[in-house]
Design a protein around this ligand. Structure first.
Ligand code: WQD
Length: 336
C-alpha cells in the first residue's frame, strides 16, 4: 500500500492516477484545506478505481495512526503542506507547524509501524537566489522565505534519518514550475482565492474572473526582460513520482532529483503560447517586480534522466492547452 498525503491536491491527484494505472494500491490522506473531496470521484472516473480516502490532518496523530493501524503502508508519498510563499512570510509559525511538525508526526508514525520508504515533495525554492544555470542537485542551497525554509528543513531531517537508519529508502523531488492538467480535464490546479502563480492567474484572466494579468517586471536580464522559469507538465511530474517509487521499492538510501524540463520560458513567451494554443487573448500590463523573484530559473535534468529514466515529454503549448482545458470547465472555489 502507498499512502499519498495531500493526495487530493494538484500534484497528488495526478500521481494517484498514474500509480493506479500501474496497478498500485493507494490510500489518500488529505485535510481538504486547499482541495475538494470531489477529486476522489474524478480519480475514480478516470481510472475506474476508487482509492480509500481518509479526511484527516497530519497534526492529528490519532487520525494518522488509525491509517497505519488499518492498512499495511509500505511507502509514503508526502505531498501535504502549505505552499503559498507570500502567506508564509505573513504567517511563518503556521507554516513551520503545519509543514514541519506535521512531517515529524508522519515520520514518527511511519517509524512506529516500520514503514521506511518515503518520497518527499520538495521544491526548486530550496536553491539559493544567486545561481549559475542550469541548477543541478549540487547547486548551493539557500532559502529566502519561511515556505522554502520548511522544504529545506524537511530535506535535512530526511538526510539525518537516512544517517540514523540505513533501512530507509528516501527520494527528495525538487519540483520546478508545475502547470497543465490531466487530458480528461477532470483534475487540475484550482487554488482557493486569488492565485499567486502565473498559470492559474492567466486562466482566471482568460475566464474573465480577473481583469488583467500583472507581469511582474520586464527589466530582468532575460530574452525579453520578463522572468524565465522551467515549466513542467503535471503529468510529467506524476511520472517522476512513479519512477522514484519504482526506484526505492527495492533500494534503500537517499536520492535527490530535479523534476524539470531543462527549458526556460519567459512570462511573455508563456502568454504568447497560451494565446496561440487556446485562441484566447490575455489582457496584461507590465507591473513592478515582485519581491523575492529572480530573473532566471531552470533545471539540469541529467541526474533524474540517468538514474530513474525521467524525461519530460510535454512542451509549453501542450501545458497551456491542458491548463485551459481544465480551467475553462471548473467552477472557481470561493475566494478566501
Ligand atoms: C512564475 C513567473 C513571476 C504571477 C513559485 C514558488 C515556488 C514553487 C513554484 C512551490 C515569475 C511571474 C507570476 C503573476 C507574473 N511553488 N508572474 N505575474 O515564483 O517561479 O515559483 O511557484 O513549491 O516555491 O516560489 O512561480 O508562477 O509565482 O511565477 O509575472 O501574477 O511568473 O514573476 O517570473 P515561481 P510563479
Amino acid at each position: 500500500m502507498i499512502l499519498l498525503t495531500g493526495g487530493t491536491g494538484y500534484i497528488g491527484s495526478h500521481t494517484a492516477v498514474k500509480l493506479i494505472e500501474q496497478n498500485e494500491d493507494i490510500i489518500i490522506l488529505d485535510n481538504l484545506s486547499n482541495s475538494k473531496a470531489e477529486v476522489i470521484d474524478s480519480i475514480e472516473t478516470i481510472t475506474g478505481k476508487r482509492p480509500k480516502f481518509y479526511q484527516t490532518d497530519l497534526l492529528d496523530i490519532d487520525g494518522l495512526e488509525q491509517i497505519f493501524k488499518e492498512n499495511k503502508i509500505d511507502c509514503v508519498i508526502h505531498f501535504a503542506g502549505l505552499k503559498a510563499v507570500g502567506e508564509s512570510v505573513e504567517k511563518p509559525l503556521l507554516y513551520f507547524n503545519n509543514n514541519i511538525t506535521g512531517t515529524i508526526k508522519l515520520l514518527m508514525t511511519m517509524q512506529k509501524y516500520n514503514c521506511k520508504k518515503i518520497i518527499f515533495s520538495s521544491s526548486a525554492t530550496v536553491y539559493g537566489t544567486t545561481q549559475v544555470m542550469p541548477l543541478t542537485e549540487n547547486s548551493p542551497l539557500g532559502v529566502t522565505n519561511p515556505y522554502g525554509r520548511t522544504k529545506l528543513v524537511i530535506e535535512e531531517m530526511l538526510n539525518d534519518l537516512h544517517v540514523a537508519d540505513k533501512e530507509f529508502g528516501i527520494v527528495l523531488l525538487r519540483y520546478f514550475n508545475p502547470i497543465g492538467a490531466h487530458k480528461s480535464g477532470l483534475i487540475g490546479e484550482n487554488p482557493n482565492g486569488i492565485p499567486n502563480n502565473l498559470m492559474p492567474y492567466i486562466c482566471k484572466v482568460a475566464k474573465c474572473e480577473l481583469p488583467q494579468l500583472n507581469v511582474f517586471g520586464n527589466d530582468y536580464d532575460t530574452v525579453d526582460g520578463t522572468g524565465v522559469r522551467d515549466y513542467i507538465h503535471v503529468e510529467d511530474l506524476a511520472v517522476g513520482h512513479v519512477l522514484s517509487y519504482n526506484r526505492i521499492k527495492t533500494n534503500n538510501g537517499i536520492y535527490t532529483y530535479n523534476l524539470g524540463t531543462g527549458n526556460g520560458y519567459s512570462v511573455l513567451q508563456v502568454i504568447k503560447a497560451f494565446e496561440k494554443s487556446n485562441d484566447v487573448k490575455i489582457n496584461y500590463k507590465i507591473a513592478p517586480r515582485r519581491a523575492g523573484d529572480v530573473a532566471t530559473v531552470y533545471a539540469s535534468t541529467k541526474k533524474a534522466e540517468e538514474e530513474i529514466g525521467f524525461k519530460a515529454q510535454y512542451g509549453i503549448e501542450e501545458m497551456c492547452r491542458d491548463s485551459w482545458n481544465f480551467a475553462k470547465t471548473t467552477k472557481s472555489y470561493n475566494t478566501k
